[in-house]
Write a protein that binds this ligand. Sequence first.
Ligand code: PLP
Length: 397
Amino acid sequence: MITPNMHYAELKDSYLFAGIAQKTKAYLEKNPEKYLYRMGIGDVSLPLCDAVIKALHGAVDDQASGDSFHGYMPECGAPFLRETIAGYYAERGVTLAADEVFVSSGASDELGDILDLFDRSSSALVIEPAYPAYVDANVIAGRKIVHLASGKENGFLPEPSKDAKADLLYICSPNNPTGAVFDRRKLQAWVDFANENGSLILFDAAYEAFIEEDDLPHSIFELEGARTCAIEICSLSKTAGFTGTRLGYTVIPHDLCRNGMNLNAMWVRNRTTKTNGVSYIIQKGGAAVFTPEGQKQIHENIGIYKKNAKVLMEALDRLGIWYCGGKNAPYIWMKCPDGMGSWEFFDYLLNEIQVVGTPGEGFGACGEGYFRFSTFGKPEDTKEAARRLVELLGKKY
Ligand code: PLP
């Protein structure tokens, strides 16, 4: 009899988003006339930009004719897109060979698949609060997980510590859910720590395009020594609205070796075994994101989300509530008022002002007492949610 992977039994139920869905559904059943202001969503609300749509249409037409038709695509990505992405890094002073860039179907897929590169006996450090997939993917693989709690005292950007060592180190910057961003000095400390210990950083840069302060690193490869200790996973989902279109990329430098094995070569071997590449049409759409026109258009869309962030931040400033994020990230992480628990605050906002956010506790135990707002909602909903928040909480302050 086949034995299933029993580690699945150790997974906690994905109660966070299921819990939110269940509570909002129950509320609407009781109050069918009410409209909900959804500030919890991690999905984008704006459509793909014009440059991408034109490229997608053009690529569909290519597939209609024998001379321009593409069958299987190279497993690691089309050369035109790998070169384009390497060029995007070069603009920020990071030199990458095109074959250090791997095209993927998105960061989630890659965060799970990349674990094929590491022995199951290796441990993983997750800085919490964290995007839940980091923990779950390692639970499935049966790895030991080291939870490193962060908090208000370190701005949710903890320093490495001898007491929290692991083989794989997950770093997400700009962070989901806290919106906090590592500066160069703090990120360099993690790179040095990884090189000293032979650890490997999995750097999740899904929100790099939201960074607006000049001196903050968009890529871990802007730091000295990162080429020998880091893999960077990126996505066009939030950058360019590709959540439903699916495209991402992963950078694995040639210098990354452990135990005489080269991780870039291992990933080529993995991809050529486990995928037949990402669709030609989608890769053409993805390449359009990096053209001058595409960059201008995606930044116009990001600007709309940033306005949402500003509206929410102004509301919290008026109320004198502590928060981080919002400036260089599409998430705002606030302290729940009056010592409320995060689910308690969730219920309070839902029942009193019909605003839905995400309870911080769902991102790890140290998220208790915090609450996440997403800035991907509709501007008119965000404005009304902020107005209601000030009206409700202003009574107390
Ligand atoms: N990494 C982080 C930190 C995210 O927040 C998300 C999505 O919300 C992802 C990865 C997944 O992105 P993708 O849509 O490319 O799978």
